[in-house]
Structures are given as structure tokens and as C-alpha cells.
Design a protein around this ligand. Structure first.
Ligand SMILES: Nc1ncnc2c1ncn2[C@@H]1O[C@H](COP(=O)(O)OP(=O)(O)OP(=O)(O)O)[C@@H](O)[C@H]1O
Ligand SMILES: [Mg+2]
Length: 353
């Protein structure tokens, strides 16, 4: 496999919705373009339609009439999964427990009638790529969760798929292993340079793995953007709160300033508004001198998190404010603190929901 070039198809999901036979509308009509070698992450809470969308791309589900799925411009909507050349990895790996690691990885190649020597060479390549060296002859039921996950991934990419589809592949693992494998998976996706769609409800996974993230809510797309766009400029309150920690402050605006119980905070460029729903990330709020700061409140609690500390300040805004301070700052509950919020850190959200 040539590791440095782009692989896989460019995909288009056009006007695809899904209403199941029982009337459940799992997916509202959605259109998405996925570039060749891009990793697109579908992120959202349980039941929002992520798997349904993935299954439509895979050919395991047909979209409602009018929906189309195109691989490199070719309409494959009516083609079953066998004709789409997709590699899939699920949460429950679906490996063959009694077969060896090597036989699992080579399974799809055998089905396709690839000669034994070529098969062995391809399997060896993937074993090396996924750090499974020395485990080729082990049975699946003799592997750890992380090793199984790697076998599932190697098996999925062995067939050189047009697109790799991953549905919560790390969910079955414990937190520490998840984090490590997330990094490995990221490296691997970059090395393979393959088009991939990755489903998760974990925002940290989405941030690290996605070239772009599609945030979904109740069967609809809430926002599409790069991790930075999603984090810094969420389109609405749902996205702001689902991705990262967010203070959502509802307040009147007077002379370009948010009027809060604990003081006033300038916002840029929205003088015309009289009320706002504003989002402020905890790490953008700075502690300041209570006597001189424009905004002040009382420390409610301090939670030390090692690399930083999360301070909850009451009476500054209509809701308690979460503030992330450096781990060296010394404050305690009951203390009066000033807060400084740079205008650029305040994101005004549409007043909906
Ligand atoms: N075959 C089906 N028949 C009827 N409803 C279904 C079917 N499959 C899924 N649904 C419903 O469609 C909605 C979306 O399901 P989907 O599996 O796509 O969610 P998801 O985002 O993958 O959730 P999770 O994170 O829990 O896996 C849910 O309300 C689900 O109950
Ligand atoms: Mg799912």
C-alpha cells in the first residue's frame, strides 16, 4: 500500500432521509460532501441518527425516495453493500473468535479470491501497520480489547476500501486505553490517507479525529465544520453545550455591554441588540482583582484537575460561571473574585430552542 498518497472515494450523500417502517423518522433529509481522504466525524447524543446515516452510506439501509449516495460521482444508491467496497468497524468488532489474527485480517481478501502469497504479503503489511507483530497466530479470544480493535481495523482496511466506516469502535474499551487507541487510530487514518466516516458520541474523539465534524441532533444536522469552527463558533446553544464546556449567559445588552448581576461586560459589534444569549468558554475567563474588575462574584467551589482547576463563581451572572484557572492560582470557596472576559471570547447565539 502506498502510505503517502490519498486513498478512497469522494462521497456525496444527497438529500438522504430515513423513515423506518414503523414511522420513526430517524434522519431528516441531509446533504453532505466528503472529500477524498477526509475523515468526517458524525457526533451527537444517543438516538440522533448517526448509525442510520452510516448504514445508508454502507448500503445496509436505503434512504427515503429522492435520496442518493454517490461514490466518486457514481450513483450507488441501489447497490448493496457488497458492491460498494466499504470497510466497516463496529463497536462489537464482529471478529471470528476461533480464527487466528492473520486469518481474520485476510478474511475479506480470501473471499475476493486473492492468491495465497499476495494475501500473506498484504496481511503482513497490515500486521506491521497496526502493531500486531508476534500475534499473527493467536486466536481472537486470546487477545485484549485493544488488540481486537486493531485486528478489526486491519481487517476493514485489508480490502483497500473506497471508504472506511467506523461506528463507535472504541466504546467497548476502558478510558485509558480509549485515549491511547484514539491517538493510534488518528495516526493510522493519516498514514492510510483513506476517506473515512467515524461515528461517536464522544466529543474528545471527534475533535482529535475529525477533519470536519457533523454535529447531529434528533435526526437533523445541527452544524458542520472543522473542530475549531465547531468549538469556537458553535451555530447554536445545542452545539455549544454538546462540544466542550460552555457558560450560557442570557442577559440584556445596554450600550454594547452585557448587563449582569455582578457587573458589566463589553461585547463587540452588537449595539443594536437589546438582549443576548451569549456563550463563554471557561478557559477564556480570567480571574482579576475584585475591586477593579468590571465583573465580580463569589467563589462557590474549586475543583482541582491536575493540569488546571475549574472554579465555579456565583452571583456574577444569572447562572453560576465555570472558570478554568491555571493550577497555580490560589483561591477558595467564599472568596470574592473579579472576572475578566475578552470581548472576542463572547459568542452570541441565536435565541432559539
Ligand atoms: N430499524 C429501525 N426501526 C425503527 N426505528 C429505528 C430503527 N433503527 C433505528 N431506529 C431509531 O432511529 C433513531 C436513530 O437511531 P440510530 O441508531 O441512527 O441512532 P444513533 O445516533 O446511532 O444512536 P447511538 O449513539 O445510541 O448508537 C432512534 O430513535 C432509533 O430508535
Ligand atoms: Mg449508533
Amino acid at each position: 500500500m502506498n502510505m503517502m498518497t490519498r486513498h478512497g472515494a469522494a462521497l456525496k450523500v444527497e438529500n438522504c432521509g430515513k423513515t423506518f417502517a414503523d414511522g420513526t423518522c430517524a434522519l431528516a433529509r441531509a446533504t453532505l460532501d466528503i472529500a477524498q481522504s477526509e475523515t468526517l466525524v458524525l457526533l451527537g447524543p444517543s438516538g440522533c441518527g448517526k448509525t442510520t446515516l452510516l448504514r445508508i452510506v454502507a448500503g445496509l439501509e436505503t434512504p427515503d425516495s429522492g435520496g442518493r449516495v454517490l461514490f466518486d460521482g457514481k450513483d450507488l444508491t441501489r447497490q448493496p453493500i457488497e458492491k460498494r467496497n466499504v470497510g466497516m468497524v463496529f463497536q462489537s468488532y464482529a471478529l471470528f473468535p476461533n480464527m487466528s489474527v492473520a486469518d481474520n485480517i485476510g478474511y475479506g481478501l480470501k473471499l475476493r479470491g486473492l492468491p495465497k502469497t499476495e494475501r500473506a504479503a498484504r496481511v503482513a503489511e497490515l500486521v506491521a501497520l497496526t502493531n500486531l507483530g508476534g500475534l499473527e497466530d493467536r486466536r481472537i479470544d486470546q487477545l485484549s480489547g485493544g488488540q481486537r480493535q486493531r485486528v478489526a481495523l486491519a481487517r476493514a482496511v485489508a480490502i483497500r476500501p473506497s471508504v472506511l466506516l467506523l461506528d463507535e469502535p472504541l466504546t467497548a474499551l476502558d478510558a485509558a486505553l480509549r485515549e491511547r487507541l484514539r491517538g493510534e487510530l488518528n495516526d493510522l487514518l493519516r498514514k492510510l490517507g483513506i476517506t473515512a466516516i467515524y461515528v461517536t458520541h464522544d466529543q474528545a474523539e471527534a475533535m482529535e479525529l475529525g477533519d470536519r465534524i457533523v454535529v447531529m441532533r434528533k435526526g437533523a444536522i445541527a452544524q458542520v465544520g472543522t473542530p475549531r469552527e465547531i468549538y469556537f463558533t458553535p451555530a447554536n446553544r445545542f452545539v455549544a453545550e454538546f462540544v466542550g464546556a460552555a457558560n450560557i449567559i442570557e442577559a440584556p445588552i445596554e450600550s454594547g455591554e452585557l448587563v449582569l448581576p455582578g457587573g458589566r461586560v463589553p461585547v463587540s459589534g452588537r449595539d443594536a441588540m437589546s438582549r443576548a444569549v451569549a456563550m463563554v468558554r471557561p478557559e477564556t475567563i480570567m480571574l482579576a482583582d475584585a475591586a477593579t474588575a468590571g465583573l465580580a462574584g463569589t467563589v462557590d467551589s474549586v475543583r482541582f484537575a491536575g493540569d488546571r482547576q475549574r472554579i465555579i463563581v456565583r452571583d456574577a451572572a444569572s447562572v453560576p460561571l465555570a472558570v478554568d484557572a491555571p493550577n497555580t492560582v490560589n483561591v477558595s470557596a467564599g472568596e470574592r473574585v473579579g472576572l475578566s472576559i475578552p470581548p472576542a471570547a463572547i459568542r452570541l447565539l441565536p435565541e432559539e430552542d
